[in-house]
Design a protein around this ligand. Sequence first.
Ligand code: AMP
Ligand code: ZN
Length: 116
Amino acid sequence: MDSCIFCNIAAGLSPARILYQDAQVIAFHDIRPLAPVHLLVAPRQHIESLNQAGPQDEALLGHMLLVARQLAQQEGIAQSGYRLVINTGSDGGQTIFHLHLHILGGKRIAYPLRDL
Ligand code: AMP
Ligand code: ZN
């Protein structure tokens, strides 16, 4: 997908502060951090959202979680805690339509969420 920013980051065509990458996923700092630690884990493959993931993506989705756990450890927030978020679709607040997992930590993350 030429016009997809996360595909371009995965292909090395757009800049990002990359923390980790392997054959399946890429992880980088969110450009507009909402917490002291705000990282994104995205598959290299263009999957629009969780709604487009299927049984064939089961291993990939599990891998994204384990990479997130590894990064939380590496960035020093595993013990203090963190939140993983996958915004999906309009009500979910998704703005980039390439599946990604947010890792938020380094402060207490507000919950329950406020109404918009
Ligand atoms: P979502 O609202 O779940 O679709 O999240 C999209 C996230 O991507 C937001 O937190 C943005 O700040 C972040 N973002 C958008 N463009 C970039 C970029 N070029 N590099 C890193 N993060 C980005
Ligand atoms: Zn994409």
